[in-house]
Design a protein around this ligand. Sequence first.
Ligand code: SAM
Ligand code: SF4
Length: 336
Amino acid sequence: METIDLRAIPLTDAFARRIDYLRISVTDKCNLRCIYCMPEQGLPWIERAQLLRFEEIERLVRIFAGLGVSKIRLSGGEPLVRRDLDRLVAMIHAVKGIEEIALSTNGILLEEQLPSLMAAGLTRVNISLDTLREDRFEALARRPGLDRVLSGIDAAVRAGAEPVKINCVAMRGKNDDEIGAFARFAREREVAVRFIELMPVRENLGIAADAYIGAEEILECISGAESLRPITGPPGNGPARYFGFASGRGSIGVISPLSHDYCERCNRVRLTADGRLRLCLFGENHLDLRKALRDGESDERLCERLTAAMMVKPERHHLRVGEASSRMRAFSEIGG
Ligand code: SAM
Ligand code: SF4
């Protein structure tokens, strides 16, 4: 009987979605403690030996690329706290078939690392920022550093890592009075500011239900002061809906995992820092790729496993305002 070479068939799930985007968490650690993401004391961090090594990540990227994945996003935790990240970027950049390498960062360490990351092949940067006020930054991130994040944003714009996207989690009673200021920031700095709906996870149940603001309310709030029109938005494969200003410079976006389902367009899977392939942002189903790698499985066998795993990627998540997800840890990685 003739055998089929799975490596020639692009990854597709049971709902005919092409999977061409892999998000890689390179660490679970972070230098901030955003109130909606991590508890103040941190998390029981993954032991060093359990983290995927760069060579292991590169091997998986090569296998994914052979299956049609062309876009990689490095995330975390905070990816820039993983030492020598530029070396990983260079290794991924050398993989045939990889067209984009993006980074999601909180921006604290960005200014100093950006030159070497760009030289290694980084193509895009998303920076998280939930407030433009220093006192509030410390309250929301439980660490100081607004000036460093702003310098990181400026450095990314200067370096031409375009389109620079800012991710802002909108929260009632916490930063909703800054939505207009963020829209102006987008227009003046000529960046895309994307508002993300707060997702309930175990770490933020104390605030999630009251603080949640839906995307339509965010848009209404901005429309009072700015005339917005729907636009295609900057490239970058995100689930956001974008709107432009009359001046044509800068844009805003909304990412609405709860109020506006985007699952039908989902093109991504996620690799955790300890090597589990997660098929959906929420839910516990995953494939232990670290074990497979360290058990010495062949590329062909890994390829079969990935192809088979796509068949159990869920059609959609079932997250609701006020309910915790079944996720164990808060690595939502959505806005990236
Ligand atoms: N540390 C990096 C950063 O903050 O950009 C990368 C990882 S972080 C988990 C990725 C994105 O997820 C950030 O934009 C963050 O604001 C967002 N995020 C984290 N927890 C969230 C939640 N509960 N609801 C909505 N967005 C969340
Ligand atoms: Fe760290 Fe990003 Fe989570 Fe904030 S959202 S605690 S910066 S991982």
